[in-house]
Write a protein that binds this ligand. Structure first.
Ligand code: 5GP
Ligand code: MN
Length: 341
């Protein structure tokens, strides 16, 4: 066991209250990792609250324990005291407090007397945490939480509900074990989780084969709007507020849309622009091979992420955002020529 894990283990035996915070617009990995870690620490006798900045998307509400998650932006005055009373705040699946949104991010930043623990698999971790477990070589934070529990000698505490949460996190962050971030170790953990009695086929169906008709029609519209730029091996889709309203948009409905752009044989880079009520325009980036989607997101759209999957946002209008992207793409690609060709 590493020295820092030993020190954290000792600390966990001396304290009582813990909060776990996940990123804004939480995905399967953030929620799965959060719920599993919460159960694990509860089994160790600790009082643990899981906090999400905003709502759990409909397609993940079935996860065991998801109905108990506290939503900061819906209930600030109730959640702030929970954070104030926590001895330790775990932060999962993000590398910087700004990823929890303006409101929660600013609140966390002024809690300077708290012990923060980061468990995350994004590049460039910020340095707010006393304990930083950061490994961009891991498929998912859920994989890291599994290892965290295993390293603390707690593998036997993993029950079917925890295994379901962890498996969902790993499955969604690896695109059902097909992205390059999937390693032999990822597969070994998936096997261990299956031995806990999970129904992997049901999980797959609940996440990927449970779409509404509205969502499928919105996907049809999105695919119709897809533009391909052969000279840049790039595709993009821009969906306006009107497009979303037309199909009765629910949070999470566009999950996975960006991957269709990348499924085009000739595409190495795919982008999805979403006009949102509360965040201006949100942008998702996906790439194949060595194309650094995260660098593009960071350089032009206040974002970041992984080499092949990144996100960002802008306060510009939808058409301005697309314009900026079209303007910067040639310049960016020219800097890649040596590796991209
Ligand atoms: P998605 O496109 O699914 O929202 O995000 C893809 C990946 O990019 C995820 O790994 C996510 O953590 C990261 N990501 C998404 N939005 C942002 C952002 O605004 N900032 C940073 N640094 N990373 C992001
Ligand atoms: Mn993740």
């Amino acid at each position: 066991m590493s020295d820092s894990l030993k020190a954290l283990q000792k600390l966990l035996s001396q304290i009582n209250k813990i909060s776990i915070v996940i990123h804004r617009n939480p995905d399967g990995d953030a929620i799965g990792a959060g719920l599993a870690l919460q159960s694990f620490l509860q089994k160790k006798g600790l009082d643990v609250t899981l906090i999400s900045p905003n709502e759990v998307p409909a397609y993940l509400k079935w996860l065991p324990g998801a109905d108990q998650i506290k939503i900061f932006e819906q209930d600030k005055e109730a959640v702030k005291p929970v954070l104030n009373q926590s001895d330790i705040i775990f932060t999962l699946d993000f590398n910087d407090l700004t990823r929890t949104g303006k409101d929660l991010g600013n609140y966390l930043k002024q809690l300077t007397d708290k012990i923060f623990v980061m468990i995350d698999h994004h590049l460039e971790p910020a340095d707010y945490a006393l304990f930083t477990f950061s490994d961009s070589g891991k498929s998912s934070t859920s994989e890291m939480v599994y290892d965290f529990m295993d390293n603390l000698g707690g593998k036997d505490l993993i029950d079917k509900a925890m295994a379901t949460n962890l498996y969902t996190g790993i499955m969604t962050d690896t695109g059902s074990f097909k992205f390059p971030n999937t390693t032999p170790h990822t597969m070994c953990i998936a096997a261990e989780l299956m031995k806990k009695g999970i129904n992997h086929n049901e999980i797959q169906i609940k996440i990927y084969d449970s779409f509404s008709l509205d969502k499928l029609h919105l996907l049809g519209e999105a695919l119709h709007k897809l533009v391909f730029l052969p000279q840049y091996k790039t595709s993009y889709i821009a969906l306006s507020k009107d497009d979303l309203q037309k199909y009765n948009y629910q949070k999470g409905d566009t999950e996975g849309f960006v991957n269709y752009g990348l499924s085009l044989k000739e595409a190495d880079f795919a982008v999805l622009f979403l006009e949102n009520d509360d965040e201006g325009v949100r942008i998702s980036f996906r790439s194949k091979g060595k194309f650094p989607a995260n660098e593009f997101a960071k350089k032009y759209f206040n974002g970041g992420g992984h080499l092949n999957a990144a996100g960002g946002r802008t306060n510009a209008t939808l058409s301005e955002a697309v314009q900026l992207f079209l303007e910067k793409l040639p310049e960016f690609i020219s800097t890649l020529k040596p590796i991209h060709g």
